[in-house]
Design a protein around this ligand. Structure first.
Ligand code: GLC
Length: 799
């Protein structure tokens, strides 16, 4: 069953029925103002920090689901019938497209999620609506533009004009989203609103913050009335589907002094047959009380709105222009050219803070997560990645370890004690340098937590140093609270548990350090880091090789996890893939461990994180065994490490396998099976239920996940093989043998490369010749064009 389709031309995903298995959402706003927007106008907005500056209230885990949003109610004043422009929350009976309409009055719908905007259209009883929602570039506000048209159905006689009312509605959050849902003795007494010149102001003070202003206004039509106290709009014991004001067709002009501030305005209007009326709303945040009026004036003209939307589209077009492909797989093209990059930008902005599965109050910018999020974004706006890396490095301690996360508002860190966080700097920083060639960045000084200053290079050096000096009984780095696998919380009473993935990361990081040392002329460090990598490799291969695969960790009692000796949790994916991608695995080990992945972990829906899942709680393993078998870290198909397996396969030259793994988790490939997959077919989800779960194949936790970046890296840099390196752009595809070739346009260090890859001999890997502007190169590394700004044509023959 499918709920929508990709409109390739317009870069939109078009949802044709509103009752999707889960809300299918979009993110509006790309800088400080963010609006989560579902396909039925649910969601909320915040300024910079979803916890401290929450503008709209949203009810997570609510029944019915997805309540709290950007609602517009329409009312026919003659019949007193009413409906919503976004189906929710009134929920009129749907006219199902492939079924003959039974009556004229059934509800029709379409939602177009585009890049930074969403358009929801409806048709009900001859009234068509189209609402365009977006955040204009550089603004801390969102626009809703509603166009209402009376378009009588063919054959409908008699009615020449319609007497209608429109009601806008938002519910304000009392700024601190956690307090808002916990401390009612306090927060039911702080609400305050004011209404002036057609603008509703939300002025509740929160603790010492005196000047936070939310505002909501119709900019081009004067309201007939308003309500800003929820119970006056809803009615006592009223509800979203039939609010009192809409049922009765009148407002109370209520002001909130305490209780629950909302924003609603009513407009009365007539539409003649064929006539359209446009209403423009702004919803925004400011700390300057004078600003709302200026913004209302700025955005009162539909032409201005259209222009702003155009600007936004161009902005996104430009953003996604640095990598595009034309291959034999249209779904791959859709994902790579548009949706995967779009998701990477979103995860870069909001880390794991605010989604439909992350409430925006628990986690800020995760250290481990945000470092990885740079990987799928660095080719778009590297300067932003540079800033992000600096913020992250500033949350590293002098001993080399790091805070687990930091607040996006204050940039202050919190939580610590993970074995891996700091090492992700040795993944993100090399990626930035490879993209930009900016080796000077390594000399940038950034203070550690505690004040001591160190260069970016020194930050990486300390990260490695921490892990090679905090070793357990096998000589492997201690795992502490967890490594990448957040739920592997092996008891730490004796502080003995060790990770096998962390030393593999050390190998990876140390090799990158050695290369960077070479670039910046630190001769003694080249040797030092190569030695660290070699020693760690030897150790891992000696103590953590189980015969056919790498074990995963050693617990407090020095017993292995992820070993054939274990009854459950015998094999884990992470250490196989990282064994290969770090370069630690010897050739035969690489083949063996990745063959073991295929044999034990592969399913038609992707590669499970481990198997067999734990069937009961084992206290010394921690929260991994909390989940029922097949969910989350306990044996789900985690979409974040799946691309590590794709990369490993590409390193080994097994392009058919890499591609098969890619297709299994690729969202667009699930478009036709949305009833099973459930989450949005245009973005990656965190996991898919594994084969031990009854809903095997069901996707969960979409949008904010490391799956976005890593899948982009795997497909763009490894399968298609266009990969930035310190000294140029590598062309090293690893594709299905049946592919005849593909084309990529890549903007790299200021020049545009049109790369045509041909595969006449039907191989997966191997480059026979490369020509750059008709001149043959001696290797598959395209040297950077130092003059920049030019176009180059590259032809690559595989074989
Ligand atoms: C979640 C976390 C991430 C962790 C992963 C595996 O996606 O955000 O930090 O690495 O789970 O446990």
């Amino acid at each position: 069953m499918k709920y929508g389709y990709f409109d390739k031309e317009n870069r939109e995903y078009v949802i044709q029925r509103p009752d999707t298995p889960l809300p299918w959402i979009n993110y509006l706003g790309s800088e400080n103002y963010c609006a989560l927007m579902s396909n039925t106008a649910g969601g909320y907005s915040f300024y910079k920090d979803p916890r401290e500056r929450r503008i709209l209230r949203y009810r997570y885990n609510n029944v019915p689901m997805d309540r709290g949003g950007r609602y517009l109610y329409l009312r026919d004043n003659k019949t007193k019938d009413f409906w919503s422009a976004s189906w929710q929350p009134v929920l009129k009976k749907l006219k199902i497209k492939d079924q003959k309409a039974k009556s004229n009055s059934d509800y029709e719908y379409e939602c177009r999620h585009g890049l930074g905007y969403t358009i929801i259209s409806s048709e009900y009883s001859g009234i068509r609506t189209k609402t365009t929602y977006f955040v204009p570039l550089g603004e801390n506000l969102e626009i809703w533009m509603l166009e209402v048209k009376f378009e009588p159905k063919k054959g409908a006689l008699g009615v020449k004009s319609r007497d209608l009312s429109l009601f806008s509605f938002v519910e304000f959050c009392l700024w601190d989203a956690l307090n808002d849902m916990t401390d009612y003795q306090y927060n039911l007494n702080i609400g305050e609103t004011k209404v002036e010149e057609n603008i509703i102001y939300h002025l509740s003070r929160y603790r010492v913050e005196q000047n936070l202003v939310g505002y909501f206004a119709c900019t081009n039509v004067t309201a007939k009335g308003f309500d800003t106290q929820r119970k006056d709009f809803m009615g006592n014991y009223g509800n979203w589907s039939a609010p009192r004001a809409v049922v009765e067709g009148k407002m109370n002009n209520s002001l909130a002094v305490g209780w629950s501030p909302v924003g609603s305005q009513m407009f009365n209007f007539n539409l003649k047959s064929g006539e359209t009326k446009t209403f423009i709303f702004v919803l925004g945040f400011t700390e300057n009380i004078k600003e709302p009026l200026t913004k209302a004036e700025k955005f009162e003209d539909p032409n201005v709105i259209e222009k702003e939307l155009e600007k936004l589209k161009n902005y996104w077009g430009g953003n996604l222009n640095n990598y595009s492909v034309q291959s034999e797989d249209p779904e791959l093209d859709l994902m790579v050219n548009t949706w995967n990059q779009y998701q990477c930008r979103t995860t870069f902005n909001w880390s794991r803070s605010a989604s439909y599965y992350e409430s925006g109050i628990g986690r800020g910018m995760g250290f481990r997560d945000s470092n990885q999020d740079t990987l799928g974004f660095v080719h778009m706006i590297p300067e932003k990645v540079k800033e992000r890396i600096i913020d992250l490095a500033a949350n590293q301690f002098e001993d080399g370890s790091a805070y687990h996360q930091y607040s996006p508002l204050t940039k202050k860190g919190n939580g610590s004690g993970y074995g891996d966080d700091h090492l992700w700097l040795t993944v993100s920083i090399p990626a930035y340098v490879k993209e930009t060639g900016d080796i000077r960045f390594l000399e940038t000084e950034v203070p550690f937590v505690g004040g001591e200053k160190g260069t970016i290079y020194e930050h990486m050096a300390r990260a490695i140093n921490f892990s090679i000096t905090h070793l357990g009984p096998h000589g492997l780095p201690k795992i502490y609270f967890a490594d990448w696998n957040d739920c592997l919380n092996l008891t730490q009473e004796k502080e003995k548990a060790e990770s096998v993935m962390i030393p593999q990361m050390v190998v990876y990081g140390a090799r990158e350090m050695a290369k960077m040392a070479e670039l910046i002329g630190k001769k003694e460090d080249i040797k030092k880091y190569n030695q660290i990598a070699t020693e760690m490799t030897k150790k891992v291969n000696k103590v953590a090789w189980d015969g056919n695969w790498y074990i995963r960790a050693f617990d407090e009692d020095e017993e292995p996890l992820g070993s054939s000796k274990n009854k459950e949790g015998q094999i884990y994916l992470e250490t196989q893939a990282w064994g290969v991608l770090s370069g630690a695995a010897e050739k035969d080990q690489a083949i063996k461990c990745m063959d073991s992945v295929r044999k034990h972990l592969w399913t038609q829906h992707g590669i499970m994180l481990m198997t067999p899942p734990y069937s009961k709680f084992i206290p010394k393993y921690g929260s991994i065994c909390v989940y029922p078998p097949g969910l989350k870290e306990n044996g789900a198909i985690f979409c974040h490490p799946n691309p590590w397996a794709m990369i490993a396969e590409c390193i080994m030259g097994r392009g058919d396998l890499a591609y098969e793994y890619y297709k299994a988790v690729q969202p667009a490939a699930h478009n036709e099976t949305a009833d099973l997959y459930k989450t949005e077919p245009y973005v990656y989800c965190q996991m898919i239920a594994g084969k031990h779960h009854k809903d095997f194949g069901e996707g969960k936790n979409s949008w904010l996940t490391g799956s976005a970046s890593w899948n982009f890296v795997a497909v763009s840099q490894w399968i298609l093989g266009i990969r930035p390196d310190y000294e140029g752009l590598l062309v090293d595809p690893c594709i299905p043998k049946a592919w005849k070739g593909f084309q990529v346009k890549r903007i790299f260090r200021g020049s545009t490369y049109y790369i045509t890859v041909r595969n006449p001999e039907g191989v997966s890997k191997g480059v026979k010749s490369v020509t750059l502007d008709n001149k043959r190169l001696t290797s598959n590394l395209i040297p950077p064009d130092k003059t920049g700004g030019k176009e180059h044509h590259t032809e690559v023959i595989m074989g």
